[in-house]
Design a binder for this molecule. Structure first.
Ligand code: ATP
Ligand code: MG
Length: 350
């Protein structure tokens, strides 16, 4: 009698089929997991540097919003926004923490009718300069003199020291993070100097506290410009220059060309006051950056490495000062060269 060959040699037994299927499924699952891990590993750093895709003009996205939403209209501002409490006030706007669809937002209201031109100029700038450097505009109503923007709970840069002294923020109170803030700041000035609306000068900055109050600290410790009410245009080729206000300025925070040049025995007269260009912003950068660097371990070491570029910013001749892009490049080089040097090593480098 011929022996029947064992089933296993000719094909799979009924008992083995589910096991092979199971094995194949497991392998497919492992492959998928491996793919996901590698994808995460290779693409997440790029995603984090690229940031979210910006919305088209007239739309906004904030926080966890998935899609871009159109700027809120007068009607929506009136019915959907609930004003909660005043969180800031300047010469032009009174700012209220408010609520829109369970999200915190900032509602700015014009303080007095005389400031309407500045208010409208600021709104125009906000609308046209939306980018990662500028606070996100959510809506506006010219008729009611209101502007709605993203709310930043850490407030303006005036609160920086107070915020960084809180124990929960000790991990970011390092020279590396603080130099990064200085780079954000110079990045904003650079953006304004090369903006889609031409070279814009940050005029609302006649002293350090005033300058700091025009920028907000975001919850992920970056800086955005908030108050764009005084951004006059410079155009070198057509000889258009600016004057920041109509009053006499004093002190050494402002650039020397902003001071009355005809001596104290000649009364100030706005018509006789010469105009100037965007290099007045460059003069102020060392003071703002020095404030941002603060006094943590390593701050003085960074200041030492920025000494030459900051000295150039303080050139009496405006045209000899570097551009914001030059400064940004130098800051980047310093950050790269110092890398993750630990504080004890950094002291030895001085
Ligand atoms: N989106 C926001 N989130 C949190 N705080 C804000 C926001 N916008 C404004 N503030 C607070 O309100 C203050 C005043 O705002 P802003 O500088 O826009 O007013 P202003 O009247 O234009 O000022 P200025 O006197 O400089 O013209 C800011 O310094 C900041 O403390
Ligand atoms: Mg302001």
């Amino acid at each position: 009698m011929e022996r029947k060959p064992p089933e296993s040699r000719q094909g799979l037994s009924h008992r083995e089929v589910p096991r092979v299927v199971g094995l194949l499924l497991t392998m497919a699952l492992l492959n998928a997991l491996l793919y996901l891990c590698l994808d995460q590993f290779f693409s997440s750093p790029r995603r984090s540097t690229e940031g979210p895709r910006p919305c088209p003009h007239g739309y906004f996205k904030m926080g966890q919003m998935r899609n871009c939403s159109p700027w809120l209209s007068c009607q929506e501002l009136r019915t959907e926004v609930r004003q909660l409490k005043c969180v800031g006030e300047g010469a032009v706007k009174r700012v209220f923490l408010s609520e829109w669809k369970e999200r915190k937002v900032a509602l700015s209201r014009l303080t007095s009718p005389e400031m309407k031109d500045d208010f409208l100029h600021g709104l125009q700038m906000l609308k046209s300069l939306q980018s990662k450097h500028i606070v996100t505009l959510l809506g506006y109503c010219e008729e009611d003199n209101t502007i709605l923007t993203e709310y930043h709970p850490l407030g303006s840069l005036s609160n920086l020291e107070e915020t960084l002294n809180l124990s929960k923020y000790q991990n970011v109170n390092t020279w590396q993070h603080r130099l990064q803030l200085a780079m954000d700041y110079v990045g904003i000035i650079n953006y304004l100097h090369q903006s889609p609306l031409g070279t814009r000068v940050m005029c609302d900055s006649n002293d350090l506290p005033k300058t700091l109050s025009q920028y907000l600290l975001t919850s992920n410790f970056s800086i955005v410009a908030n108050d764009l009410d005084a951004l006059p245009l410079v155009n070198h080729s057509s000889g258009v220059f600016v004057k920041c206000g109509h009053r006499e300025l004093h002190g050494d925070f402002v650039a020397p060309e902003q001071l009355w040049p005809f001596g104290e025995h000649t009364a100030f007269h706005d018509d006789l006051m010469p105009s100037y260009d965007e290099k007045i912003d460059i003069w102020k950068i060392p003071d703002v950056s020095s404030f941002l660097l603060g006094h943590v371990e390593g701050s003085d070491m960074v200041r030492f490495h920025l000494f030459d570029i900051h000295k150039a910013c303080k050139s009496q001749t405006a045209a000899e000062r570097p551009t914001a892009q030059d400064i940004l490049d130098t800051y980047q080089k310093v950050l790269n060269s110092l890398g993750d040097a630990v504080p004890s090593q950094t002291r030895e480098m001085l």
